[in-house]
Design a protein around this ligand. Structure first.
Ligand code: MIC
Ligand code: SF4
Length: 647
């Protein structure tokens, strides 16, 4: 039978299960990546498993998020990660080498292989034909140890690209259009596979912009075929040996199909404060802009930066705004420095930042009060920029350039200048001196700063859970709401007791104190609970504060699995209308937790209101076992006598 590309890659990596949508499967993982904000926990967990060396083909530890060193914490984490990479046999990408996804695409992406990364934008490498999935750090640690990755077999959503992009319209507009149509929930339980005649004109960096932001659809991952474009990219990276062609069989089918006519697309923006709040930029043209930021793992390739520079060359950015530029990698940075593009930026008045996540994760460059910030990034969740009630618009490099020039939101087609002509390099500058390969031996001492605290282990699963509803929230709550990032909180990623004091503080500053004094309890939410980041801290911190169960009408994939791994019950209302019957402060009781788990659901009593409602669980047998043991670390310990010795 004709197979689509997703099924082909999954079939060649299948360890257990059947490729039937909804069933749990396990797949072999070829490569892993971690970054510094999730990596310390992942490596502490790997160490606790007692496995001497990583067992993947390639594992890379990147430093890119926690780059502001306003105290010793981040620098200590960097040193811990460098020592750990050397000890356990991983590559170490030094600070300055760039954003994990951009560097991984350039130097490691391999068509047909699998990649598991402790960052939700790991699907970036899908632009080069990889099946690249984001997960919590503990799942990545298991994969580093050679264990398979478990996931619910996703549906395959085929996106057929027809026609051709018009001048000033770019890959970013394709994914914004998809977000407009499908919303931030539209990709849940699905892998997006791009195909059709419109694919051939898109370069690998263009494709990676699209697969990167597939994370905002809630998709498990997104993938493009590996074709002549992929070959050209890998060859230009000096890696032609890693190329092989890969595509869906003729006549392959998809569970769902979406068709996009590229000819009809126009430049778009995602308005505040959700990536699916998408409109044509022409409909908001004229709004004054206070900040323009170019960069992030979505749009920081060499061609993206050249596109913006072409527009700004010889001009000065509008007087009322501040502009920042973050090259995605050292490769991009060196290349724009050598060909003079950097000088054009400096002359135009842009502020040049180091190659890292930077403003995307609130590490500096918070926009002014009430000022519109126009960013080529992928997320505009409220407050993520560091300014409460921020107004962040997401867009393509071309739209960002137009805003920088005019000082207002502007459709670049109205600029009255020819569209930038940017050609793809036939040879990228490959100077891997900041990428340290795993050393031969490995008897390396691991330095741990005082901010690095052991991984907390969930308590045993109680037979009965009784407690108050500590918080009730609405739909689409992000992990940035649950456990914010930013320059103040990110340095605490290796210290769960300290970081847990920020749990839900964006929503309710009193949450941590209330949870602690109540000795734990429940959280109630709406649909797509936990969308966004892969940070397992958004499960660990509530667990640390005593949250034992969450009841919602639906979950985002990575967060759901992180909750299970850290021993929190991810319950769903069987009848969505019951959500309205529970208020914050109500006392709830689950009489027999084990019975509820075994039966995939049961009854929750509301002792305050004297009512009851039915809840269900969408768990595999393996996940039930994890919860019965009080979390994956407990389960792993019970299976391996040595596990935990080093934690
Ligand atoms: C993000 O974009 O939110 C992050 C920071 O890259 C996260 C990872 C993290 O929270 O460390 C992600 O997307 O997974
Ligand atoms: Fe970094 Fe932003 Fe990409 Fe997350 S989305 S990996 S913070 S650049």
């Amino acid at each position: 039978m004709a197979q689509n590309l997703v099924h082909k890659i999954l079939a060649s990596h299948l360890v257990s299960g059947k490729l039937r949508a909804g069933e749990e499967i396990a797949i072999r993982i070829d490569q892993t990546l971690t970054q510094d904000a999730t990596g310390t926990m992942a490596y502490l967990q790997f160490e606790a498993m007692g496995i001497p060396k990583v067992r993947t083909k390639v594992s890379v530890s990147y430093i890119d998020h926690n780059m502001l060193q306003t105290g010793f914490e981040n620098a200590d984490d960097h040193r811990f990660l460098q020592d750990s990479a050397a000890r356990f046999g991983a590559y170490f990408s030094r600070p300055g080498n760039g954003i994990c996804h951009q560097v991984h695409l350039e130097r490691f992406s391999t068509p047909g292989e699998t990649l598991l990364g402790s960052d939700s934008h790991t699907p970036t490498c899908g632009g080069a034909g990889m099946l690249a999935i984001g997960a919590g750090g503990l799942d990545v640690a298991v994969a580093m140890g050679g264990g398979p990755f478990h996931l619910k077999m996703p549906k395959v959503l085929g996106v057929r690209l027809e026609g051709q992009l018009q001048p000033w319209v770019s890959a970013k507009d394709i994914i914004l259009e998809l977000l407009r149509r499908l919303t931030v929930k539209g990709g849940i339980g699905k892998v997006v596979e791009y195909h059709g005649p419109g694919v051939a004109a898109l370069s690998v960096p263009d494709r990676s912009t699209i697969t990167n932001m597939g994370a905002e659809l809630g998709a498990t991952t997104s993938v493009f075929p590996s074709d002549e474009r992929t070959k050209a990219y890998l060859t230009a990276q000096g890696r032609s040996a890693d190329f092989h062609p890969l595509s869906a069989d003729a006549g392959a089918t998809y569970d769902e199909l979406v068709v996009i006519d590229l000819d009809t697309l126009e430049p778009m923006v995602a308005r505040p404060s959700s990536p699916d709040n998408v409109v044509p930029v022409s409909s908001v043209a004229g709004l004054p802009v206070a900040q323009v930021c170019v960069g992030s793992c979505t749009n920081s390739s060499y061609t993206d930066l050249k596109t913006v520079a072409e527009v700004l060359k010889g001009k000065t950015i509008a007087p009322g705004l501040s502009m920042t530029v973050t090259p995605g990698s050292k490769q991009v940075y060196e290349m724009i420095a050598q060909d003079g593009t950097l000088a054009d930026y400096i002359a135009a008045g842009a502020r040049i930042l180091e190659s890292a996540c930077g403003p995307c994760i609130g590490m500096g460059q918070a926009p002014p009060t009430d000022g519109i910030s126009v960013r080529t990034f992928n997320r505009n969740f409220s407050g993520r920029s560091g300014t409460p009630d921020d107004k962040v618009y997401l867009c393509s490099p071309a739209v960002a350039a137009a805003a920088a020039l005019t000082g207002t939101l502007t459709d670049p087609r109205t600029l009255g200048i020819p569209p930038p002509k940017v050609t793809l390099p036939t040879r990228y500058l490959t100077h891997d001196n900041l990428l340290i390969p795993p050393p031969a031996g490995g008897d390396v001492e691991i330095h741990r700063g005082p901010n690095i605290k052991p991984v907390p282990v969930a308590p045993e699963l109680p037979r009965r859970i009784e407690g108050a509803v500590l918080l009730k929230v609405g739909d689409n709550i992000t992990t940035d709401h649950i456990l914010p990032a930013g320059s103040k909180i990110l340095p605490l990623r290796s210290n769960i007791p300290a970081i847990s004091e920020y749990t839900f503080t964006r929503v309710d500053p009193d949450f941590p104190a209330r949870a602690r004094s109540a000795g734990g309890g429940f959280v109630i939410g709406g649909d797509n609970y936990g969308q966004g980041s892969s940070r397992e801290h958004a499960a660990m911190a509530p667990m640390f504060l005593g949250v034992r169960a969450i009841i919602t009408t639906g979950y985002a994939r990575i967060h759901h699995d992180n909750l299970v791994n850290f021993g929190i019950l991810p319950l769903r209302f069987s009848n969505a209308a019951d959500l309205a019957t529970i208020d914050q402060g109500d006392v709830l009781r689950i009489g027999d937790v084990v019975a509820l788990l075994r039966a995939d659901g049961g009854v929750v009593e509301n002792l305050t209101k004297g009512t009851r409602c039915r809840v269900s669980l969408a768990l595999s047998e393996r996940q039930k076992e994890i919860l019965l043991h009080g979390g994956l670390l407990n389960l792993t310990r019970s299976q391996q006598p040595r596990a935990g010795a080093a934690a």
